[in-house]
Ligand binder design. Structure first.
Ligand code: GLC
Length: 435
């Protein structure tokens, strides 16, 4: 285990770029929002100054309205598409003047990452001081979400692009693509020069992704216009779970710091409303899990994915609901010839065990599931999630995503996408430290 941990440390150190980390060399050459958060948790175990710098740089990209972008383009490189010239964050009057970025965001992990850094720290006083210096920016980011991303005032925020979900090409979005007919774009893909095309989204899927960005750009990334016009407008259980988990962390941390009663009470209001709406609206009692809701077409997207179980991480389900999630997970995703936890329902005909978010296991979702299961006292299953995560990395390497079918590991590589991937290393380090 020591060897694996040392290798993980090496991966993180190699992906460090003097102020921030790349998710992996070549395929993703910039700073990504939720990657940075997970990476900081890894660094916190062996190099707290880097963990702090990672978060500082991320928060330094904040826009005037509190928004945090999903990619910060620190360098000019033409090895990534779509890059800064396509996204054109400068169209927004509120964008950072210091960094070029995208005009979309990613799951808001920063609140709970700060609390994890505090949990891990061996010098709590110094870490709390660091947290005090950045926490208001994270609060401002939550204020942005509840003010601009919740048009019906439900306590649930929307995402306007599949790349905001973090689960980029989940089969859940297929239903939305069917409602659209984007133009055929001419562009040169860069991802497929680094990774086998069978593991990445198709060209036609990319047309949809680009078209949604074009609509947002046409309106200079104004949230009211996006809410009115974007063909993609979804309340995502994973995204909202991350926000709710982060709300709670901000409450806990502000209380630890002391003297922030107004912010704590505002956060508590957001939190109570969010948790109630989440359970009322996103729990599908027939399927026994949480599902996405398509706000544009006013209908639930009734599919089971690893996002369906993520509310465990944020203490959202009741005991009964948690039991139901665990049952469904073990029945569909957890038999003996599968590693936990596939990203999409292995019994569905949309399941593809090799393709990005259409089936493979991802370490960040496993990490959240591990802590979520522990929250609810499912110790044995939590242990299995951890053991499975260690085993796939041991067998395949620090890949971006992994096959969930055990038999595939016998004859060759079952790790897919980029290799030496930062969050796979970072979150493995964290799980190995936890008992
Ligand atoms: C992929 C993933 C996304 C991640 C990014 C960088 O686009 O889908 O979640 O943030 O890669 O690692």
């Amino acid at each position: 285990m020591k060897d694996l941990q040392n290798k993980a440390i090496e991966v993180l150190n190699n992906n460090w770029k003097d102020g921030f980390s790349v998710p992996c060399a070549n395929l993703y050459p910039f700073q990504w929002f939720w990657d940075s958060g997970f990476i900081a948790i890894g660094f916190a175990h062996f190099d707290m100054p880097k963990a702090e710098k990672e978060i500082e740089t991320l928060l330094d990209s904040q826009w005037d309205n509190g928004f945090l972008p999903h990619i910060i383009f620190h360098t000019d490189t033409d090895t990534y598409f779509p890059g800064p010239d396509f996204h054109r964050s400068d169209l927004s009057a509120q964008a950072s003047k210091k960094y070029k970025s995208t005009g979309m965001t990613q799951p808001p992990v920063t609140g709970f990452v700060l609390q994890d850094m505090y949990r891990i720290s061996t010098d709590k006083k110094a870490t709390l001081k660091f947290i005090e210096s950045v926490i208001d920016k994270v609060y401002f980011n939550h204020e942005y979400f509840y003010t601009n991303r919740d048009p019906k005032n439900e306590g649930l925020v929307y995402i306007y692009h599949n790349w905001e979900s973090g689960t980029d090409n989940s089969p859940i979005w297929d239903d939305i693509w069917e409602t659209m007919n984007p133009p055929e774009y001419t562009f040169e893909r860069r991802d497929t020069t680094h990774v086998d095309a069978s593991q990445r989204p198709s060209k036609r899927e990319y047309d949809h992704y680009l078209y949604i960005i074009d609509i947002a750009k046409e309106h200079n990334y104004k949230d009211e216009k996006i809410a009115e016009l974007s063909p993609f407008l979804v309340q995502d259980p994973l995204f909202n779970s991350m926000l709710i988990k982060s709300n709670q962390s901000l409450i806990d941390l502000y209380q630890l710091i002391g003297g922030h009663d107004a912010k704590v009470s505002q956060l508590q209001k957001w939190q109570d409303k969010a948790v109630k709406s989440f359970n009322d609206k996103l729990f599908d009692s027939e399927l026994g899990v949480y599902v996405h809701y398509d706000l544009r077409n006013e209908k639930p997207l009734r599919f089971i994915s690893s996002s369906s179980f993520s509310p465990l991480f944020a203490n959202i389900p009741s005991k009964e609901q948690a039991a139901s999630l665990v049952n469904v997970m073990m029945e569909k995703f957890g038999n003996d010839n599968q590693y936990l936890c596939a990203s999409f329902d292995p019994t569905s005909d949309r399941f593809n065990p090799k393709k990005y978010w259409r089936g493979p296991v991802w370490v960040n979702l496993n990490w959240a599931l591990y802590y979520g299961l522990k929250n609810y006292g499912y110790m044995d299953i939590a242990k299995r999630v951890k053991a499975d995560t260690v085993e796939i990395i041991e067998k395949a390497g620090f890949y971006e995503y992994f096959d969930s079918r055990k038999e595939v590991y016998k004859d060759g590589n079952a790790g897919y996408g980029g290799n030496d991937f930062s969050w796979s290393a970072a979150l493995l380090i964290d799980m190995l430290q936890d008992n």
